[in-house]
Write a protein that binds this ligand. Sequence first.
Ligand SMILES: NC(=O)c1ccc[n+]([C@@H]2O[C@H](COP(=O)([O-])OP(=O)(O)OC[C@H]3O[C@@H](n4cnc5c(N)ncnc54)[C@H](O)[C@@H]3O)[C@@H](O)[C@H]2O)c1
Length: 362
Amino acid sequence: MGQPLRIGIVGVGAISGQYLSAFERLEAVRLVAVADLDAERAAAVAAEQGVRALTVDELVTDPEVDAVLNLTIPAAHADVALKAIAAGKDVYGEKPLAATTDDARAIVEAGRAAGVRVGCAPDTVLGTGVQTARKAVDDGLVGTPVAATATMVTPGHERWHPNPDFYYQPGGGPLLDMGPYYVTALVTLLGPVESVVGSASRARATRTIGSGPRAGEQVPVDVDTHVTGVLRHESGALSTLVMSFDAVATHASCIEVHGDQGSLVVPDPNGFDGTVELHRLGGGWEELPVSAGYRDAGRGYGLADLAATPPGATARANGDLAYHVLDVMTSLLTAAEKGTSVSVASTCERPAAVPLSDAPRV
Ligand SMILES: NC(=O)c1ccc[n+]([C@@H]2O[C@H](COP(=O)([O-])OP(=O)(O)OC[C@H]3O[C@@H](n4cnc5c(N)ncnc54)[C@H](O)[C@@H]3O)[C@@H](O)[C@H]2O)c1
């Protein structure tokens, strides 16, 4: 067995707990240090985990840290990632890769120039849900894929989030917040996207905070809150996307894939597992057995997958994929604003399929 990748986390807020609990079952990674702008928070997590609390600058240059796990807020993703790359560390971060495509491109290019690895969430697509669906597509169970639909509707995160302001500011909105899960799954299933059309609207100028100390306070809405679009994949398949903070509920599947021989229901791409259903031409709905993906996966498996990727091969949850996904989403917002079709400048390799397995191993 090889040595685990030694990890330093920058940003130990809400999502860090999910990573820390997944690390307990991952031999490919080992936590060695944490840092946060909030030094008390870092110290508390460090004590709980039995590791060192450092400043961000100390952590990225620490000789025991091989890779920096960047769990800061989107506006800080680029600063932290570029610092880590400059110190010669691999980086893996939460989604989106950066708040803007310019920042995201800077990360990918700096990583390439430095010869370090860049990885990015979401890694939900490496779980058994999306991977079983992908295997069904690859095995030809739907025939030639012609189309997909992706639907995410909610009345808005301000109903439960005590500080929801950022969801309604540029960089937020339903597409940039939830789109990474859906668009990464669509690229995993059907390959990269070459062009987009779209249309978007916003139902209200303010939203009312529903919980916490600021309950009842209004927050301004500076982004479109209902975003629709069609993604034309390089394969010719068309994916129709609906991402909304303006709707109450839906019966629509999170994702469906349609081909000339069958239709597939894909489970929630913001989860790692779930049931895949197939309707063959002339048949009825049937549940497919789990046939691919990491079993019992959680946030952090994408980083472990990167750790386990042999030299010369490409990690699945990689920076080029995350950059393409961000490019597709920002191109869709441009298309909606201008009322035209927009070519997506970037492309990426469809990430390698995940055979059914327990966890990435070094
Ligand atoms: N909360 C969720 O349910 C959730 C789910 C999936 C993905 N994410 C993603 O995870 C990331 C973090 O979200 P969160 O909810 O944990 O946010 P959070 O605000 O709870 O935590 C972020 C932490 O990063 C620290 N931080 C911010 N800027 C920093 C900097 N420059 N240097 C060092 N530390 C810094 C903050 O002090 C805070 O402790 C985001 O990219 C988000 O999209 C969150």
